[in-house]
Design a protein around this ligand. Structure first.
Ligand SMILES: Nc1nc2c(ncn2[C@@H]2O[C@H](COP(=O)(O)OP(=O)(O)O)[C@@H](O)[C@H]2O)c(=O)[nH]1
Ligand SMILES: [Mg+2]
Length: 350
């Protein structure tokens, strides 16, 4: 049934490929009849499969930074997120340096593989943030780190013999941990998010949500959203980057209801109704971290990994990195920073 007309049509199209000179460019004729969809088939949809194969081969980088005061459960949450011991806690260098004196930034990379797709996940921990008596400007070392990654990428990009695939160390997402006080955000929180929301995708989370009652949690979430709005702080997903109505509808819901995700973290498993679940054991029972009626961890995980991972990467590249790049090239009189080798050189060259 299908074959005959298709072949005929192809022949017809072929004969048209030998046009008389100076005629209009050959446009495939409008297919007619029942096999219209087959006739017009070009194969553009196979790009999805091609992209999938490429991604499976090369894998991709995804870099998450966690920021917040010590003891808010950053390391625990990161472990929970990937159900593997990926953060600082696991590498055993937590013992001696209980509270580092200054903000240290540590990046630990792990390759995670699922369904044949490789993801090189790097978690950047910032122990020591906000732990000092005077926390003025404590966002600075973090901003510096983020900018250094943009600079690295930029240098690779403007290299004459540039790598086919530039290693991406740029921070795609910064989880900012808010203390579950039930009061308001602290000046430190506002300062950090105010400065950093311009250079990185910030996702605010309320830490240790199990320490609040349901009413306290709802109220605190509302208050945090209000305070962020009053202070003009834009968190991810930023309104201005919604691409279409579908994005807007989906993201509005996240912005107005889910944010900031009130999470509970744990890397311990318990037996609940015959199933092993990640949870926290308390005298009153087990808090299941992946149970939506217990906390919003699963929402956060789905948001970062399942629905917005690619978008986080794109906003980082198209907005934050682009802003950095334009500024750097401008400062450099329109020239790419090619001769610049180190950070010190770069400063003296400017
Ligand atoms: N109640 C409660 N405790 C938590 C939670 N997450 C972590 N903790 C505990 O808080 C302490 C500090 O956690 P850690 O992940 O090391 O915090 P970090 O300093 O921010 O990395 C540990 O004793 C954790 O077991 C949570 O969601 N709820
Ligand atoms: Mg930690």
């Amino acid at each position: 049934m299908f074959k005959g007309p298709v072949e005929n049509k192809n022949e017809a199209a072929m004969s048209e490929l030998v046009p008389e000179p100076r005629q209009k460019p050959v446009v495939p004729m409008k297919p007619m009849g029942i096999n219209a969809s087959l006739l017009g088939y070009i194969g553009i949809d196979t790009i999805i499969e091609q992209m999938r194969k490429k991604t499976m081969k090369t894998g991709f980088d995804f870099n998450i930074m966690v920021v917040g005061q010590s003891g808010l459960g950053k390391s625990t949450l990161v472990n929970t997120l990937f159900k593997s011991q990926v953060s600082r806690k696991s590498s055993g260098w937590n013992r001696e340096e209980k509270i580092p004196k200054t903000v240290e930034i540590k990046a630990i990379g792990h390759v995670i593989e699922e369904g044949g797709v490789k993801m090189k996940l790097t978690v950047i921990d910032t122990p020591g943030f906000g732990d000092q008596i005077n926390n003025e400007n404590c966002w600075e070392p973090i901003e510096k780190y983020i900018n250094e990654q943009y600079e690295k990428f930029l240098k690779e990009e403007v290299n004459i013999a540039r790598k086919k695939r530039i290693p991406d160390t740029r921070v795609h997402c910064c989880l900012y941990f808010i203390s579950p006080t039930g009061h308001s955000l602290r000046p430190l929180d506002l300062e950090f998010m105010k400065h950093l929301s311009k250079v990185v995708n910030i996702i605010p989370v309320i830490a240790k949500a199990d320490t609040m009652t349901l009413e306290e949690k709802t109220e605190f979430k509302q208050r945090v959203r209000k305070e962020l709005e009053v202070n003009g702080i834009e968190f991810y997903p930023q309104k201005e980057f919604d691409e279409d109505l579908e994005d807007k509808t989906e993201n509005d819901k996240i912005r107005q209801e889910s944010m900031p995700f009130a999470v509970v973290g744990s890397d311990k498993e318990y037996q609940v109704n015959g199933k092993r679940v990640l949870g926290r054991k308390t005298p009153w029972g087990i808090i299941e971290v992946e149970n939506l009626s217990h906390c919003e961890f699963a929402l956060l995980r789905d948001f970062v990994i399942r629905t917005h991972l690619q978008d986080l990467k794109e906003v980082t590249h198209n907005i934050h990195y682009e802003t950095y790049r334009a500024k750097r090239l401008n400062d450099n009189g329109g020239l790419p920073p090619m001769t610049v080798e180190t950070e010190e050189n770069h400063e003296s060259n400017l």
